[in-house]
Design a protein around this ligand. Structure first.
Ligand SMILES: C[S@@+](CC[C@H](N)C(=O)[O-])C[C@H]1O[C@@H](n2cnc3c(N)ncnc32)[C@H](O)[C@@H]1O
Length: 189
């Protein structure tokens, strides 16, 4: 199922809204080997992530046009970009980090976070960024469906699989970031 309010503006405009190297460095992306991403979009994050990590980036989008654009930009890089409905089918890979960027305003965030936890190898992390909910921003889903960091933490906890690690990360001017690791429960062993 396509995530609500997940349509994209024109590529150059979308990419003017992010300081991608800054965001990836604040999240410590280079610590991870294999990474999975929900929603490659134009490959805005996919291509720099693939350059920063030691392993493979697996990235999925429900829109064939987005996958084609990302494949084109990622030629020669360790990127597997495929059409996949992640809400319906999960990620289908095992990785060291899962990226949920600008996407947790979906209808079923706990189910999505559960899929993300399922895709993590031991020691892995779910990395989230989202548009701030408390200020007007030039893009992003409507304010009434934007999650707060507290809601995201609550949904992660509701999976029974994830717990926050580190503080909320300020990603000025319009975003914040969060990191979650696998909770130390007996089902992880
Ligand atoms: C707001 S964009 C974010 C793209 C990218 N994460 C970024 O920040 O540049 C959301 C993307 O998710 C894709 N998408 C929506 N629902 C999806 C689903 N169920 N499975 C996979 N991709 C989906 C959309 O087609 C769109 O490209």
């Amino acid at each position: 199922m396509r995530i609500r309010d997940s349509g994209m503006p024109e590529e150059a405009y979308w990419e003017s809204l992010f300081d991608v190297p800054f965001i990836l460095s604040r999240l410590g992306i280079e610590r991870f080997r294999d990474v999975a991403e929900l929603g490659c979009g134009y490959g805005t994050f996919s291509v720099p992530v693939a350059r920063a990590i030691a392993g493979t980036l697996y990235t999925f989008d429900i829109e064939p046009g987005m996958v084609a654009r990302t494949q084109e930009r990622a030629r020669g890089l360790p990127v597997v970009a495929e059409v996949r409905d992640v809400m319906a089918d999960g990620f289908g890979v095992q990785v060291d980090a899962v990226l949920l960027f600008n996407i947790l305003h979906c209808d079923e965030p706990t189910a999505l976070l559960y899929h993300a936890a399922d895709a993590l190898k031991p020691g892995g992390e779910v990395l989230v960024i989202h548009w701030r909910h408390d200020i007007a921003t030039p893009r992003g889903p409507s304010l009434d469906i934007r999650p707060t960091p507290e809601q995201i933490s609550h949904w992660a906890g509701a999976t029974g699989r994830l717990e926050p690690t580190g503080a909320i990360i300020d990603l000025p001017p319009w975003h914040y970031g969060m990191r979650f690791r696998l909770a130390n429960t007996s089902s992880d062993h």
